[in-house]
Design a protein around this ligand. Sequence first.
Ligand code: G6P
Ligand code: MN
Length: 441
Amino acid sequence: MEGFKVVIVGGGSSHTPGIIQSLIANLDRFPLKKLVLYDIDPDRLELVDTLCGSLIAKLDPECVYFTTTDPEKAYTDIDFAFAQIRQGGMEMREKDEKISLEFGVVGQETCGPGGMAYGLRSIPGVFQVIDDVRKYAPEAWIINYSNPAAIVAEATRRKYNNYKILNICDMPVAIMLSFAKMLGLEKYNDVDPVYFGLNHFGWWTHLYDKSGVDRMPELKEKIMKFGLAASHDKHHSDPSWRHTWENFKEILTDFPEYLPNTYLQYYLYAKESAEDMDPNYTRANMVMDGREKDMIEQAKLIRESGGKKEANLNLFNAFGDFIVDVACSIAYNNADRYLVIVENKGCIPQMPYDAMVEVPCYLRKWGPEPVTIGNIPQFQLGMMMQQVSSEKLIVDAYFEHSYQKALEAFTMNKTVPSAKVARKILDKMIEANKGYWPELH
Ligand code: G6P
Ligand code: MN
């Protein structure tokens, strides 16, 4: 049988079952010849395998399926690598969040000091994945959604010019799913977005339905009346996401021109966001007590039933669908239009040519073709310039092993109130990240 050969890197992630669910549901348009789950942690691989292994064997007996901790086995003879790794696991995420909060600054996985700390950990891990893929499958496409995606994308641009590497994020998809449902549509891609920004930092300016009508005015009115409905997506309907969906209307009330990415809440309301967070129980704790625990408990039940019980994967997963959509567009040269992270190259003329921006792109076999956005208003431009500077500086810090650049990156970030606070957080982060970060001088 013809089909694609795929490896999921970070196969032990609690997001992997959802991605597998989407792969299984889309076999008619994205047939699989081989599916490999690769992870450095054999215990986590075993968990996901317990949940999904038998399902794959049952639903797609033709597909060669295995799990491995060996990069050579994982990457040899592969067309696509779907990569999401988390250097340092949830334990380090917890530290990123809690150290920031200790100094009254937003404690967040991808935003502010936590995001930058994670960035310095993530870059070498992602580089390792890319080097291994290139060694064993030189022409494979790498669909990378390892966080913090903005910083990682800037780093992979510098090192690999993003040859056959596409950096993506599921947040716009989760939000567009909400938009679509509020407009009486079904899928996130029932609307064509016009959007500009950086990853976790952008705005929708238009939302066209398939007949070409801009539905944004109608949608704005609905959101102002009823608030934004929480995404139907399994991941984002979790209780820890409730505030984020509720805050949407607040952002739109203050800045009614465009529809914001939800992550802007951490920058626009940095002080209030930090005050709202519990420094002793952060998102990392919620995730560990939520979906991580669920996965462990489900696997336990399946094991105890001697394999009779099946995992309950049957929940809506927009991200898995998005990954399949992106892979299809590339594989078949469909040129479908999706929001992804690409080098600016003039599509927002006021932004640096080499900034990694998040804009709609037509995805081709040879890569993403961004649409031209044109000039953007001063407010958004100012925010984006500040944020992209912070992101570029932290990547400089990585390559140059520069303490000074890291301090500048932390200071530049809108979530951080002063250079003194920046230095205190940075110094504590250096201690916490020994063995993960390059040594900064
Ligand atoms: C969204 C973002 C991801 C991020 C995730 C965190 O999906 O796009 O980049 O990792 O949220 O969700 P969590 O439930 O782990 O806080
Ligand atoms: Mn994301």
